[in-house]
Design a protein around this ligand. Sequence first.
Ligand SMILES: C[S@@+](CC[C@H](N)C(=O)[O-])C[C@H]1O[C@@H](n2cnc3c(N)ncnc32)[C@H](O)[C@@H]1O
Length: 233
Amino acid sequence: MSKHIKEDIELVRERILEMAKEAESNGNPLTWFEDLYSSSEGNEEMIPWSNGEPNHLLVEWLDSEPPQGKALVVGCGLGEDAAYLSELGWKVTAFDISPTAIKWASETYANLDIEWRVEDLLKLPMEWQRKWDLVVEVHILQAIPEDVRVLAAPILPDLLAPGGSLVSVGRVESSRLETPGPPWPLSRDFILSIGGNLDLTSISYPIEMVHGEEVHRFIGSWQRATSHHPDLP
Ligand SMILES: C[S@@+](CC[C@H](N)C(=O)[O-])C[C@H]1O[C@@H](n2cnc3c(N)ncnc32)[C@H](O)[C@@H]1O
């Protein structure tokens, strides 16, 4: 990686840390997402988690998951994962807390039949409970502070219809050293708790090299059991 690119990454990271710290000290720890998207003025290079491609771990996981109904993409950002799911044949709803991100994503993928919504994971519509055949969470839980995260994670399992799957992707803690976040890599115990009362169907912890550094990731999936009426075969 050239010195120039490394400096650019450091600058964006410093800017995000500053914005996140300021938002937290103002008592609104999630407002910096909208600030970042709106101040980027449509320049995707200013959004460090976005590269125009769907998440590669999610793409691999979806290989063995035939499209079969309604998918919800949580904190969809600029919409790459939602677009990929839609192209595979899922009926996709994607939401984000940032109105600018949702507008940006809906314009980028105007050719696809996706429902784009501005919603806060902490205040989702009641009718979304037990509605979805697939719920996708990529890099949200690790991007929000712990006190919000512990409220947000338990909302995810309740969104699943019987037989539906939850998939979560992010970074896993690789040492006990304090990391100035966001992102805050998640502990293995926390990751295993994301599925709540759903059945764990897969979990893996790949280690990847990114810009010459080891990045410890996870991808986990859970399924809500199909309910059987006791009197039916
Ligand atoms: C690190 S970004 C990841 C975006 C996208 N999933 C991706 O992988 O490119 C985290 C996203 O979560 C959104 N977000 C944070 N808190 C949220 C909340 N409470 N409800 C909905 N979206 C939220 C942010 O606006 C941001 O787009």
